[in-house]
Design a protein around this ligand. Structure first.
Ligand code: PMV
Length: 342
């Protein structure tokens, strides 16, 4: 038995930053993201021989090479999902994974990686037992590997975390946006500018943990909940200026929380700020709906409608490449569900 899946990365518009006490990887606030169609992981899982160890047994290759540093995170993941996947008890797994974007660019691959792996597990479980796992169950599995991975399951924007006004929203798995989206948002793009390709000085696991006991955390969770209400309204009505305000406010609040932590830290670099200022000037001068967002690192994601691709590309290549490490940036369309590859 063998299964191969492609799963896209995602970028949060309203950010998940902080976990609930109790449970495993439950978000302290709801979030919403776009999947990045052209930035993905492809994973193949095959079963090799019977597993006689009594616990999940696997080997893991990343871009063709054994990757011992990934083993502890994968072991924790398999321990968490073992009860739901009988294949883990029955067989030894052989996992091969690769990204279509270069490693060491600061583009996180944990979401696409755990997303693709979870899709493979579900497909193998189906082959082995006939049990059909729906997207929501696969999303739940992915969450147990990396929280934000649960949002990589849908072509539509994905919502994860309980929100009082969104039916079906919950902390266990992500759901697709349950409303039609205005045509203004149907063809968006993301250009990811590689500002710093190095390892992050503070991991997101540590960052999430620092919200515990942080006096500003409760206010931040309230803001995220409000921003989700507002951004959904903007997505429904096509209100681009509200959308831009919320997306940029969320990016800055995420990084503000890092500065308000104890110990405090800063993941933006001087070039991150230079890009933000240049984006604001470009938007003011041209009226083009170009906005930035950030994840937990120095890289800048630029979101814009595809219709403006040429102007934005010219702007990036003439004015922003000087801020990018090795002049690197990657462009992706928005929206992709996982794809099974034969
Ligand atoms: O899934 P994690 O634990 O890597 O956390 C992701 C956190 C952010 O990328 C900063 C925000 C988000 O919602 O994706």
């Amino acid at each position: 038995m063998k299964s191969t899946y492609r799963c896209s990365s995602n970028i949060a518009l309203v950010k998940y930053w902080g976990k609930k006490t109790g449970g495993i990887q439950l978000p302290a606030n709801p979030s919403i993201s776009f999947t990045l169609r052209d930035l993905y992981t492809e994973t193949t899982v095959s079963v090799e021989g019977n597993n006689t160890t009594g616990k999940p047994a696997f080997d893991f290759f990343f871009e063709g090479q054994p990757k011992p540093s990934f083993i502890p995170k994968l072991s924790d993941f398999f321990d968490r999902v073992e009860r739901e996947y009988s294949i883990l008890k029955a067989f030894r797994l052989h996992i091969h994974s690769s990204n279509n974007f270069p490693h060491g660019t600061g583009i996180a691959s944990s979401a696409s990686g755990f997303g693709a792996l979870s899709c493979c597990l579900a497909a193998l479980e189906h082959q082995h037992t006939g049990k059909v796992l729906e997207s929501e169950q696969i999303s739940r599995t992915a969450r147990l590997g990396s929280g934000s991975a649960c949002r990589s399951m849908y072509e539509e924007p994905a919502i994860w975390g309980i929100h009082p006004e969104i039916e079906g929203s919950n902390d266990e798995f992500a759901i697709p946006l349950p409303y039609p989206m205005h045509s203004a948002f149907h063809e968006m793009m993301d250009a990811v500018l590689i500002i710093d390709a190095g390892e992050k000085s503070v991991s997101s696991t540590v960052g999430h943990g620092l919200l515990k006991g942080n006096p500003f955390a409760a206010a931040r969770y309230g803001e995220a909940t409000l921003h989700l209400t507002e951004i959904i309204q903007a997505l429904k009505t096509g209100n681009m200026s509200d959308f831009i305000r919320i997306v940029e406010q969320e990016a800055l609040q995420l990084h503000a929380m890092m500065m308000l932590s104890n110990p405090y830290f800063i993941l933006m670099r001087p070039a991150t700020l230079s890009v933000i200022e240049a984006v604001w000037a470009f938007r003011r001068d041209t009226g083009i709906s170009l906005m930035f967002t950030l994840d937990a690192g120095a890289n800048v994601h630029l979101l814009f409608p595809k219709a403006q691709y040429q102007q934005v590309k010219n702007f990036i290549e003439s004015q922003l490449l000087e801020y990018c490490q090795n002049k690197q940036y990657f462009c992706s369309a928005i929206g992709a569900a996982p794809v099974r590859i034969e």
